[in-house]
Write a protein that binds this ligand. Structure first.
Ligand code: URA
Length: 262
């Protein structure tokens, strides 16, 4: 089984992952289940009386990433997004926004892309990364052999800062609780931070983006990779090679095949 879903792989006609990639992927999947509180898995093709089999303990759920209440991830995200839409914590953002921009994609994604904040286009459409930088991000995702439906895209801030200025520390702080809950529901194994604002806020560091690149940062068992923001690539196309290197590194760690360059 592919980690992005078999149909997506078939659609793209890619090479099958190697055994090593599959093993790495399954190891990460098990870590992710452990983070969700799952301590045992039902055995396949075994008799319940087999002494080797550890029966799930009371309170354990099946292999699913639904919350203990059984409320689906989609539903949990909808509840948080309604709270976000009603949020009045940052008066300047509230008075300037057309709407909040919560996030989009697969609520069960193994990989989240995290940006800075909505821009003008996102503020109008209510969807992250739909402007020029967003179109480049879509191309980057597709170059990785994925689609926007395979992954989840979210931002540090859910409101557009006026004039696209950087979020203030107070604004980022006000939004941090929503982001943390959003990530807890999606429970991705990997987060790719796009640009310094996302990387520095998520990792709580002031280190420059150039120095944060090139290695995985552990965040509560999640692997965080930092790369340049697509808006930076629009201004500095020569940095595209660096981003492609970062993403190849990410795909390898995810146990996914690296599509040939077109
Ligand atoms: N830039 C971001 O960081 N996020 C968006 O949603 C759009 C542009």
């Amino acid at each position: 089984m592919s980690y992005l879903g078999e149909p997506a792989r078939e659609r793209r006609g890619m090479d099958e992952p190697t055994l090593e990639q599959l093993q790495r992927g399954w190891r990460q999947k098990l870590q992710s289940l452990k983070r969700s509180g799952i301590r045992s898995l039902p055995a396949i093709n075994s008799q319940p009386s087999d002494p080797e089999i550890v029966e799930p303990e009371a309170g354990d759920t099946a292999i699913t990433r639904e919350g203990a209440s059984g409320v689906s991830q989609q539903e949990q995200l909808r509840v948080i997004s309604e709270e976000v839409a009603a949020c009045q914590s940052c008066p300047e953002l509230v008075s300037n926004r057309s709407q909040t921009v919560f996030g989009v994609g697969n609520p069960n994604a193994r990989l989240c892309f995290m940006g800075e904040a909505p821009g003008a286009d996102e503020d109008v459409q209510g969807i992250p990364f739909v402007g020029r930088a967003g179109k480049l991000l879509t191309q980057i995702i597709e170059a990785c052999g994925m689609s926007r439906d395979d992954i989840y895209i979210l931002n540090t801030l859910k409101c557009r800062p006026p004039g696209n200025r950087n979020p203030t520390p107070e604004e980022a702080n006000n939004c941090a609780g929503f982001l943390a809950r959003q990530l807890d529901v999606i429970n991705p194994d990997f987060i790719c931070c796009l640009g310094a604002v996302a990387a520095q806020n998520l990792l709580d560091t002031s280190e420059a983006i150039g120095r944060l690149r090139g290695r995985f940062h552990d965040l509560d068992g999640r692997q965080v990779l930092c790369t340049y923001h697509p808006a930076y690539l629009l201004r500095n196309p020569s940095a595209k090679g660096d981003v492609w290197k970062d993403l190849q590194f990410l795909l390898k760690e995810m146990g996914l095949p690296i599509p040939p360059k077109k």
